[in-house]
Unconditional design. Structure first.
Length: 726
């Protein structure tokens, strides 16, 4: 990237660094940091898609946002702190960032945060030494991220008194003695204080600059030099030996960002994105509580030699009772690309007449592609693998195809284009616009079509980025029926990593390793000109889903870029018309209203919705015990009902890639005694009964009856819906 001339001229070195004390340490804004700050500001003004997006009056908000990044649950700072810090630093913040690169505010605010944490941990120890009343009618707000900071220290003490009760009850519900529960809590807070006091100056800089970039959009951020090294080595945060990407959230919990499909964690069937890891146990050792521990320490504990076992104590993301943990034993292994490649199954789906339709389902969890390695496994691409699976399914006389993108968070844009080319003759698939308004068009130019029969694409709120481009393009062309959650994620932006060392004078780099900025530079648009940003892709047929009651998606992110549209890129095709979609939708609605599996699913969703709408928890131990018993009983009831329904599931068999047949992934580890119990086994079995996939198979089975010709995109009107079937 070539920066504007005056930007390059502004990369001067300050003669004297600004120094000040944080508790017993002395941090200063060194010349490297000053240049990084000024360079970042210029990049945001001239490279970010939303350039020139800030006004002078926006800068005081950076103080509040930075405080919230440090203290997301509004526990340590007070409302008085916010007012005084905004007054002290907000007025001159724009000049400090743009001209001097002075991040005095970042260090001083962090110093206050560290002092507040130290004082609070001392207070916590004093309270834990006393008897704590767990028989009151008090309540505690589960998520305080949108609550105000306490007005003063007296209000903060009252808040913390309730927080301690909530944490103590959670520990007691996990069958710990009061003494053991208090000891665990004390260690957790001590560890949090230790981690807080060990933060390096460049990490403070990175947090502050991340808060700054997020004023522009939620996907821009700043990496310290250490974070950049981890990013380059481990592919976006930390890819560990269990096949999971981890991060530590603002509350100190180790959260699973994503699961590598086919990896050791995925093979257990028990570990999901957004689950929280609260303890790690090495084989033959005692569990170690990791709440409040730094991410690097947790990663080191989870990493290990191939074939060794590690047991994680997790709080499932969908757990209605946050006090209940599950123990998951995982055998470490090397993550092979074969495990993450596209996979297929052929289902035998009866139609209204009893005729069996062989319907293929291809599951694609990322848009992977060639990376230049010589190893055969890593030369794989999503489009080539899907093409191979289609040919194999054709040999088994498939009558329709489903592409399952529910867990597909994106990947290579080029692969989204190549995959689209398997289903259309040629034409534009995506438009990309940069901050200057320049638009480029990504086209499929290969006239070969791998499959031209009935096609459905199954999506969820977690289908994002490249998967939205593919699904949206197929919808634009009228090539597929889109089925799933009420919308996809809605991420329609592109980020680029800018390593600061490429833009700084050598003298500045002598002060240490420079970091990097991840900035949003472009937006995606579909062939018809509509952005996928915030709105995502709206399915033709919406299925009831628990995901619609989880706060996930671009529209929930602060400062998300707006939805907009540009001119259409001319293409041959149009969305499926009502004469085609209407009967499919009517038949699906009828099944959703009449089939038992949908009745059970809707009850499950309603139960989950009611629990998520409960914003507070009781601080009465006996009430919480009764609630826990009721929750476990209800969960068991749903598991039993889904297991009973699964007895009538559609017959199916796997269809494998040649490379997977040649080099199969390791078998799923067999749980040992103590790794699981009957309730866990029932829950895993119940989760395998996939109501959404079953309904998608029925919808596409209906589509088979449209016409005998394979030119399905002609959209011959469909007969009236028939009696629903299982």
């Amino acid at each position: 990237m070539r920066l504007p001339r005056f930007l390059r001229a502004a990369l001067w070195l300050a003669a004297v660094p600004v120094a000040f004390a944080i508790t017993d340490r002395d941090y200063s804004t060194n010349p490297l940091m000053q240049n990084e700050v000024r360079t970042l500001k210029n990049m945001l003004d001239y490279v970010h898609f939303n350039r020139n997006g800030l006004r002078a009056e926006d800068y005081p908000k950076l103080i509040t946002d930075y405080m919230a990044l440090l203290d997301p649950q509004r526990l340590y700072f007070t409302a008085g702190d916010e007012q005084s810090l905004r007054r002290l630093y907000g007025t001159n913040l724009e000049n400090n960032i743009a001209f001097s690169g002075n991040i005095d505010a970042a260090f001083r605010i962090y110093g206050l945060f560290e002092q507040r944490v130290g004082s609070r941990v001392t207070w916590v120890h004093a309270q834990l030494a006393k008897d704590i009343d767990l028989a009151s009618d008090e309540t505690y707000t589960i998520d305080r991220s949108k609550s105000p900071w306490p007005a003063d220290q007296a209000e903060a003490d009252s808040l913390w008194s309730r927080r301690l009760k909530a944490e103590l009850i959670n520990e007691l519900l996990n069958k710990k003695t009061p003494e053991a529960a208090k000891a665990t809590m004390a260690k957790r807070f001590d560890r949090f204080l230790k981690n807080t006091s060990e933060v390096h100056p460049d990490e403070i800089e990175a947090r502050f600059l991340t808060a700054f970039t997020r004023l522009y959009d939620p996907h821009s951020s700043y990496f310290s030099a250490t974070d950049l090294e981890d990013f380059n080595v481990d592919i976006n945060l930390h890819l560990v030996g269990i096949g999971a990407v981890l991060t530590v959230d603002e509350e100190g919990y180790c959260k699973i960002v994503s699961i590598v499909p086919g990896g050791p964690a995925d093979l257990t069937g028990k570990v999901k994105p957004n689950d929280k890891i609260v303890a790690v146990q090495q084989d033959g050792q005692e569990p170690v509580d990791v709440v409040g521990m730094r991410n690097k320490q947790i990663v080191q504990m989870i990493r290990g030699a191939k074939g060794t076992k590690v047991t994680l104590s997790i709080i499932p993301q969908k757990a209605v009772d946050q006090s209940k943990t599950e123990q998951v034993a995982i055998v470490r292994d090397v993550i092979k690309i074969n495990q993450a490649r596209a996979s297929a199954e052929l289902f035998e789906v009866p139609d209204a007449t009893g005729k069996i339709n062989p319907i293929g389902v291809i599951t694609l969890n990322s848009f992977y592609g060639e990376n230049g390695d010589t190893d055969e496994a890593t030369r794989a691409s999503a489009s080539n693998d899907v093409a191979e699976l289609i040919e194999k399914l054709k040999k088994e006389n498939l009558t329709a195809l489903v592409l399952d993108l529910r867990r597909n968070g994106g990947g290579l844009l080029s692969e989204a284009i190549n995959l689209s080319g398997l289903f259309i003759e040629q034409g534009p698939v995506v438009q990309v616009r940069d901050s200057a308004g320049r638009v480029s068009v990504g086209r499929d130019t290969n006239r070969t079509v791998a499959y031209d029969g009935p096609l459905a694409i199954l999506t969820s709120r977690f289908s994002a980025s490249a998967s939205e481009i593919f699904a949206g393009a197929m919808q634009n062309y009228g090539r597929a029926v889109i089925i799933g959650d009420s919308s996809t994620y809605g991420k329609g932006t592109v980020q680029v990593i800018f390593e600061m060392s490429n833009y700084l004078p050598k003298l500045a780099r002598d002060y240490g390793k420079a970091g990097a900025a991840k900035l949003t530079t472009q937006k995606y648009y579909l062939p018809n000109g509509s952005s996928t940003q915030k709105k995502g892709v709206i399915p033709d047929i919406v299925l009831p889903s628990v995901d619609d009651y989880i706060e996930v998606g671009e529209a929930t992110e602060p400062n998300a870029l707006i939805w907009d549209e540009i001119s259409t890129a001319p293409f041959e095709g149009k969305p499926l018309n009502q004469a085609f979609v209407g009967p499919l939708l009517a038949a699906s609605k009828h099944r959703q209203d009449s089939l038992e599996e949908f009745s059970v699913l809707k009850q499950n969703i309603d139960w989950f919705r009611q629990r998520t709408e409960q914003k507070t928890i009781s601080l009465n131990l006996e009430k919480r015990r009764a609630e826990k018993t009721a929750i476990e009983a209800t969960g068991k009831k749903f598991d039993t009902e889904f297991i009973a329904l699964a007895k009538n599931d559609f017959a199916k068999h796997e269809v494998k890639l040649d490379a997977v047949i040649k080099n199969p992934p390791p078998p799923e580890p067999t749980p040992t005694d103590g790794d699981t119990d009957a309730d866990d086994a029932d829950h895993v079995a119940a989760a395998k009964f996939d109501v959404h996939l079953r309904e998608t198979l029925r919808v596409v089975s209906d589509a088979v009856r449209l016409a005998d010709t394979p030119l399905w995109a002609k959209r011959t009107p469909m007969p009236a819906p028939s009696v629903p079937r299982g």
